[in-house]
Design a protein around this ligand. Sequence first.
Ligand SMILES: [Zn+2]
Ligand SMILES: [Zn+2]
Length: 400
Amino acid sequence: MAELNSLKNIVKEIVDEKRPVLEDIAKYLYDNPELGSEEFKAFAKITKVLEDHGFDVEKGVYDMPTAFVATYKGKGDGPKVAVLAEYDALPGVGHGCGHDLIAASAVGAGIAASKAIADLDGEILVIGTPAEEGHGPSGGSKVIMANKGLFDDISGVVMLHPASAWGVGSQALGISKCNMVFKGQTSHAAASPHLGRNALNAATLAYTATHMLRQEARRDANLVIHGIITEGGIANNIIPDRAVLSFGVRSSDQEYLDEMVDKVARCGEGAAHALGVEVEIDKGRFYSSKKLNYPMIKALWQNYVDLGAPVSDWEESANSIPMASTDYGDVSQVVPSAGSYIGIAPAGTPGHSIQLADASMTKKGLDAMIVGTKALGMTLVELLAKPEILVEAKEYFDSH
Ligand SMILES: [Zn+2]
Ligand SMILES: [Zn+2]
């Protein structure tokens, strides 16, 4: 254990030593915000720093020009552990989601960990995941990476996200779509209604039926259903032959979410059957919920605690009501993962705001980034130094 502590001390020292480099990355991204799939400046900056520090960088993975996988090998063959970088900005509010600090922290954690694994087996990976906010062809790149198997031979993944409070291991809502197109028959609404088949009535019935599902919703699964009618006819004297509903369905439990999307679809099928119209249903996952991995979360949380970060108890985070959805959820569904939040802004600061972007450049924001970088780097090293944590994490993953 004494040896692990000295390796963690190396991580801390390197992060402090590299602080100017990390702050430079964050500031460069803040000054040059780029939308998802177009993060070419950020991509060039980040990959150059990693190459300069001895990482082997594969660029443009899976035909996503701003995605990358940077690898640093330890002494011999062993487990691969990864930290994820995001670097896309938002229209109008720049780095209002704080991805400038996510990029800096991932680079810093990877570099610091790489300096501590000369005598350990395994590999440290820094994975560049563009377009978390969903913009452009690389939108939700982690979903693409997870589906294509990028994480299949990786044993553990960590990352952080800026926020207005500290925490490790919180849930995220999975989100799926369920869109319904109802098709009937137009007819004169007064002269010959008996010759029509009203698509709008079917859509209304489906909309109402969907809301009736809520009463039976599992209360621990954080179900959210939000829907709109996007088409409902063209003139009130014509019975509508076409109506379209668009639903988003969210839950913190992926299996339950899939089940509920099927039930929402059934409301559409039932309504169509009742009113004698046709319906086409387009359903599918957008982002998955987070599959929490307690062994990974505990390891990351303990390192934050040891650094004196004001993280809330991890069990409290794990049980708090999730608000957002992220493509990191899809990563957590295929590999043991842990996420964390660093407090860079006063409580109550809205996400996706100029205020949060500006907070990333304050001393408080940059100090928080440094603490988070250390926690991530220490955890990467710990996972290679104590691979039994990865074994436990895999067992937990397989049994939950
Ligand atoms: Zn965001
Ligand atoms: Zn974000």
